[in-house]
Design a protein around this ligand. Structure first.
Ligand code: SF4
Ligand code: SF4
Length: 223
């Protein structure tokens, strides 16, 4: 079985690979619809009635109407496929939730209308120390320490009973119902969604890469 660090490194390597491949493929599609009389590239400043400008508008339309919609539908397919898998109540995600935000920061975000922060604070409370959190999932804490870019805060839910049941199951918030909402989430091996993650991960990486590339073009093509 692979350790979490190699899983994460593999994911990053795969992302770089699909990103480079997708960027080249999109570049090809953009070139395919380029009028033969146009000098300059897709980011040039063309006059408003030129063929260069028409090309840019056609590319923007392709990015928005065609590619972005395709990405959206593929994400929906992935989320629909999640319905075939079920939580097996290992309780790891109730016992250990991580956030880049401290409790004070989350409170401020919740007060300014951030729905995720509101839901998060409605269930999770901070661990008294990182060592307490480490007891729940030592490999995960070690991974975060090794790949530390920003401070991470650890939380747990007091509604979890000693026999690993949710004491307020009927009223649990959407973030509990939706977990994991992305196949790129690192899951404990005990999680009932591991197979879904495995099957959907490559496509999700591709979609994430495409989103970044599409955003880059949309930002750089003169509006
Ligand atoms: S509310 Fe229930 S499902 Fe949500 S984190 Fe707490 S124990 Fe888990
Ligand atoms: S980690 Fe997965 S299996 Fe475990 S409680 Fe959370 S969703 Fe359920």
């Amino acid at each position: 079985m692979k350790d979490l660090n190699s899983i994460l490194n593999h994911q990053r390597e795969k992302f770089r690979e699909v990103f480079n491949y997708s960027a080249k493929e999109l570049q090809k599609r953009i070139q395919e619809i380029r009028p033969s009389n146009v000098d300059g590239d897709i980011f040039s400043n063309f006059s408003s009635d030129s063929d260069g400008r028409k090309w840019q508008l056609a590319v923007l339309k392709m990015l928005e109407d065609d590619i972005s919609k395709d990405i959206y539908f593929k994400f929906q397919e992935i989320l629909n496929a999640r319905k075939d898998y079920h939580c097996n109540s290992c309780a790891t995600c109730c016992n250990l939730a991580c956030s880049e935000f401290s409790p004070e920061e989350l409170k401020k975000r919740a007060e300014s209308g951030d729905n995720f922060a509101k839901q998060f604070l409605s269930v999770f409370i901070p661990y008294s120390s990182k060592e307490e959190a480490r007891k729940v999932y030592p490999e995960y804490i070690a991974l975060l320490e090794k790949n530390k870019e920003n401070e991470v805060y650890f939380y747990h839910c007091p509604k979890l009973t000693e026999d690993k049941r949710c004491s307020d199951y009927e009223n649990r918030p959407q973030i509990c119902r939706d977990f994991p909402d992305n196949p790129l989430t690192l899951l404990p091996v005990s999680c009932g969604f591991c197979e879904w993650k495995e099957k959907s991960e490559d496509m999700t990486l591709l979609l994430h890469a495409m989103i970044e590339i599409v955003e880059y073009y949309k930002e750089k093509i003169p509006r």
